[in-house]
Design a protein around this ligand. Structure first.
Ligand code: PXL
Length: 451
């Protein structure tokens, strides 16, 4: 398999959220092989940069030469460069290169430390900006590179034009730090023909995150390594970073860290969920007498991804599992968003216990409920007591009921209700996996009464 490769020339961040570490994660998650040239080693955590050790020009030169003399590199990213020696070394080696270069003009860390020594800003502008295809400043960096104070949207465009005049072909000014209002983030892309593209995204509640700038420039580099044109690469990177910010992790005492592998992780979870659920459905329908447990409204078995937030994050049988004579059959394939009722019960349960991700509804008659009570921890709610305001809201009844049952019995394996006018009594079996739910069904049916 031919793999596209990118090279990141950047500093190491011991907290793992920014720098080289962020670049490797981002590029790898996007399917791009990443080579690394380390310019400096930082000792830092989520609150502070405690120490910086810039590496010598000679070892930086050797790393770049080793990589480029052997490996086909499709795009290069330049991150933290710290001092004049490092700037000159990179510039001398890459100024004639035909490989697309993305420059993330890192001046200081989100936690405050100077990552480019102040006296070298003019060298940075003179030697690195002109050799790049794209420069990706945030608002503060755009102000420093252009010398223009940004007060309004118009000023953002002025800084982009000024930075382009320094020699960069394309410029993206990231608007996360620009607060015209609290609702929107404006990213401004200026392409090599002088055309502006302005992207507006709703501002998320997260105040400050570590690594988002590195994730963005690494993603632009990865998309450019795939030969995607610059503006499109920036738009895709924008979307990608949005997701990695939405899934930040609080790993230390300081600011939360971006999670650039969240997209890939979620996709692989979705695949595993479908696979496991399909296997469980096959087992379920082959259980003798399972059809006896199917209620009039039919059954569904669901499985949610970790951290599921909506019905679209819960897989179920499209249609349902229906009773056909003495057999049970799924009416269609397995899909995310296929169930509403059983899915809302698992979403509610996950608010109490994130490990419990699977559920199945079966009929509630005395015989089944007695057996469940003997075998499991059973929670209960009275559907008849459902307040009018809940009844009126489509789809709220089940979550209301599960919440009540769990408040009395937080470890319930089973939750039952005894129905209401026009509402069939029901039992829901919960488990950490669909296999666990199927095993509970087997236990319920493993009784002389059911033969
Ligand atoms: O986020 C900018 C950045 C880049 N590179 C390194 C860093 C940081 C921020 O802390 O440490 C090495």
């Amino acid at each position: 398999m031919l793999v596209q490769s990118a090279l990141t020339i950047a500093g190491s961040d011991s907290s793992g959220g920014a720098g080289i570490q962020a670049d490797i994660k981002t590029m790898s998650a996007l399917g791009i092989y990443s080579c690394t040239v380390i310019t400096a080693i930082t000792a830092q955590n989520t609150s502070n940069v405690d120490h910086i050790l810039p590496l010598s020009a000679s070892i930086i030169k050797k790393q770049i030469e080793s990589v480029l003399s052997d490996i086909r590199i499709d795009a290069i990213k330049i991150g933290m460069v710290y001092n004049n020696e490092i700037i000159t070394t990179i510039s001398d080696l890459l100024e004639k290169s035909k490989i697309p270069i993305v420059l993330d003009p890192i001046i200081s860390a989100g936690t405050g430390a100077q990552l480019l020594q102040k006296e070298f800003l003019s060298d940075f502008k003179r030697k690195l900006v002109p050799i790049c295809d794209v420069v990706t400043p945030n608002i503060h960096e755009a102000e420093k590179l252009s010398g223009i104070k940004i007060k309004n949207e118009n000023d953002i465009e002025k800084t982009a034009l000024k930075i382009q005049k320094l020699g960069a072909r394309n410029v993206v000014v990231k608007g996360g730090h620009f607060r015209n209002d609290d609702k929107t983030i404006i990213d401004t892309i200026l392409n090599e023909h002088g055309k502006f593209t302005v992207v507006r995204n709703p501002r998320m509640k997260i105040v400050e995150t570590h690594g988002s700038g590195c994730n963005f420039s690494a993603a632009v580099t990865a998309f450019m390594a795939m030969k995607i044109p610059v503006v499109k690469a920036c738009l895709l990177a924008n979307k990608y970073v949005h997701n990695s910010i939405a899934n930040t992790v609080k790993i230390g005492k300081g600011i939360p860290v971006n999670n650039p592998i969240s997209t890939m992780y979620e996709e692989s979870c979705r695949y595993k969920v479908i696979e496991e659920l399909a296997r469980a459905v096959d087992q379920l329908i082959s259980i003798r007498n399972f059809a006896d447990l199917i209620p009039e409204t039919q059954s569904n078995i669901v499985y949610a991804i970790p951290n599921a937030k909506s019905i679209e994050d819960v897989a179920g049988v499209n249609g349902r599992i229906v009773k056909a004579g003495d057999r049970s059959v799924p009416t269609s394939s397995i899909k995310f968003g296929a169930s509403r009722h059983v899915a809302s019960s698992i979403l509610e349960y996950m608010k109490t216990n994130q490990q419990v991700r699977s559920a199945l509804n079966i009929k509630n008659d005395k015989r089944v409920l007695d057996k469940c009570t003997k075998l499991f921890r059973v929670g209960h709610y009275e559907r008849k007591l459902e307040p009018k305001v809940i009844k009126e809201k489509e789809g709220r009844s089940i979550s209301w009921g599960v919440n009540i049952a769990l408040s009395k019995n937080p470890d319930a394996d089973i939750i039952s209700h005894s129905g209401d006018v026009g509402k069939e009594p029901m039992i829901i079996i919960f488990g950490c996996s669909p296999q666990e739910v199927v095993d509970k069904v087997k236990k319920i049916l493993d009784d002389k009464n059911f033969e």
